[in-house]
Design a protein around this ligand. Sequence first.
Ligand SMILES: O=P(O)(O)OC[C@@H](O)[C@@H](O)c1c[nH]c2ccccc12
Length: 261
Amino acid sequence: MNILDKIVIDKRKEVDLKKELIPIQIFERTPYFDRKTISLSDKLRSSQTGIIAEFKRKSPSKSVINNTVNIEDVAMGYEHAGACGMSVLTDEVYFGGFLDDLIIARENCDLPLLRKEFIIDEYQILEAKAFGADAILLIAAILTKDEIKQFSELAKRLNLDVLLEVHNEEELHKSLMPSLDMLGVNNRNLKTFDVSLETSKTLSKLIPNDFVKISESGISSIEAIKELKPYGYQGFLIGENFMKTNNPGKSAKEFIAELNK
Ligand SMILES: O=P(O)(O)OC[C@@H](O)[C@@H](O)c1c[nH]c2ccccc12
């Protein structure tokens, strides 16, 4: 069994338990549920740099990345740095994140927030809205075509943007549909952890231009971004490169300033 299969099995158990503890109707009565969201895809379309900076404490491929910084400081730091959006990992077991991180980020910055989660149930989409997210991630590798359609249409009804993540041609073909806003190519294979920017380059020409294209993972230099831009990428999702430093906001600021030169 690969790591992705394992994550999905654990996630199913987690979501089933949560559903018993906190019924879905509670989310509809929370203050953020009717909040006017900020569109990440719109911001990326008009951005020069397109950096989506991620808050990630640990990962299955790297174990601990940063256990000391707090999310308040990082959310403020990423906004001050000029990031276009912020991605918040909410999976606890494998990535050391919490759903509360989303609320804390929401209270400390006005960036569009992407809930980075292994979404396998509509419940998690309502939860994302209640906890202040502006966008959700859907991972093609763990969803059927029907699920992608059903989940993305629900997200649209809640005014959440949808980022659909693919890693190969087959996943891309089953996923293209109008209810998606952004198409993300993950340079990291979630089953083997191999990272290659070539994945973004090869898949770019198969993504129609009505979707905002995002290159995800393994981006650690200005050169990488300059290399990817000609392939039509408008968004760049960067986690570890910022989070491995003791001041992720500061390193994002330096990176974005360099990119703007
Ligand atoms: O830390 P990196 O290599 O810059 O990667 C960030 C982000 O792309 C990565 O965390 C990610 C992309 N897709 C995911 C799906 C689930 C969990 C994590 C991810």
